[in-house]
Design a protein around this ligand. Structure first.
Ligand SMILES: [Zn+2]
Ligand SMILES: [Zn+2]
Length: 275
C-alpha cells in the first residue's frame, strides 16, 4: 500500500497563485497523477486558515488574507468523491495555535475527517517557514527550541493524528548547534511516541531551499525505535507533485526498518504493508 496523505486541492497553476478549487474535476486531476505514480490512496489536507469558518482564531495578516473559502464546499467535494468510490480521504492541515487551539478544534469538530495533520508553521505568531519571520528576531538555536517546544505540545495535545513535516525548521538549511539539534530531535521523538501520533515522510522538503526529505535520518531512526507509525506525503499544491519522489521516500522508510504504512478511516488508524 502506498498513500499520499498530504496535499492541497488546487486548480491548475494557470488560474492564479493559490486557486483553491473544490470540485470533483479538480480531485480527479490529483487522482490521475496518483494512479500514474502507483499511489493507491490520497488524502486532501487543506490549510485550516483558508476557511472563513475558522476566521475568529487567526491573528496574522497572512492567515486573515487567506480566510476566504467555505469549508462546507471543501468537505462536500471530498465526501462526494468518497461516495463515488474514489480512493480519497478527507483531511485537514491544522496549525498549532496557542490561544486558539481549543476554539479551533471546536469549529472543526462537526466535519467527518479521516485524519488531521498537525503542523507548526508559526511560533510566537511569527513564521518558521517564511522569511523574515521568527528568524529575524531570534537566534537559530532559539528558533529551533521554540519549534521543538511547539511540536512537542502539538504531538501531546490529543488533537491531531499525524505530525506533518516534523523538522520543518530546517526549511532554509539553517541548523542550530549540534547539541541543540540533538536535544530538539529527541524532544520531538519522545512527544510523538507519548502522544500516540503518526509522522510523515515528506518529499516536499526536496523542493525547498534545504533540498532534503523531512524528517532527518536521525529523527526517522528515533521515531522507528519508539514505534511511531508512518505515513507518506508529497505536500503537493498542484496535481503534478502528487506522489513525487516517493521512490526515495520508500527507500528511506525501509532503510530505518519501516515495513508498514498507516491508513486512516474516520480517525481510526491501521497498519498496511508498505509498498
Ligand atoms: Zn505545512
Ligand atoms: Zn501542506
Amino acid at each position: 500500500m502506498i498513500v499520499d496523505y498530504h496535499m492541497h486541492l488546487r486548480g491548475s497553476v494557470e488560474s492564479g497563485p493559490e486557486p483553491l478549487v473544490h470540485t470533483l474535476d479538480a480531485i480527479e486531476r490529483f487522482l490521475e497523477v496518483a494512479a500514474a505514480r502507483g499511489v493507491d490512496e490520497i488524502g486532501f489536507t487543506e490549510h485550516d486558515y483558508y476557511f472563513r469558518q475558522t476566521r475568529e482564531v487567526w491573528r496574522t495578516p497572512y492567515q486573515l488574507e487567506r480566510c476566504l473559502f467555505d469549508i462546507e464546499e471543501y468537505v462536500g467535494a471530498v465526501v462526494a468523491a468518497k461516495e463515488r468510490g474514489l480512493p480519497v480521504k478527507l483531511g485537514l492541515e491544522v496549525d498549532w495555535w496557542p490561544g486558539g487551539n481549543e476554539r479551533l478544534h471546536e469549529l472543526l469538530a462537526p466535519y467527518p475527517w479521516d485524519f488531521l495533520l498537525g503542523s507548526v508553521h508559526w511560533a510566537h505568531d511569527l513564521e518558521i517557514d517564511f522569511q523574515p519571520g521568527l528568524w529575524a528576531v531570534r537566534t537559530r538555536d532559539e528558533v529551533w527550541r521554540a519549534y521543538g517546544d511547539s511540536v512537542a505540545a502539538l504531538a501531546r495535545s490529543g488533537t491531531i493524528d499525524v505530525l506533518a513535516h516534523p523538522d520543518l525548521a530546517k526549511v532554509f538549511g539553517w541548523l542550530p548547534s549540534p547539541e541543540t539539534l540533538a536535544e530538539v530531535e529527541q524532544q520531538i521523538v519522545e512527544a510523538a511516541a507519548e502522544g500516540g501520533v503518526a509522522i510523515e515522510i515528506s518529499t516536499g522538503g526536496l523542493r525547498k531551499p534545504v533540498g532534503e526529505l523531512y524528517p532527518s535520518p536521525a529523527l526517522l531512526r528515533g521515531f522507528h525505535e519508539r514505534g511511531v507509525p508512518l505515513t507518506l506525503a508529497s505536500d503537493a499544491h498542484v496535481p503534478e507533485n502528487v506522489g513525487k519522489d516517493f521512490d526515495g521516500a520508500l527507500a528511506f522508510a525501509r532503510s530505518v526498518g519501516y515495513d508498514t504504512v498507516t491508513v486512516f478511516d474516520g480517525r481510526q488508524a491501521r497498519q498496511e504493508p508498505l509498498g
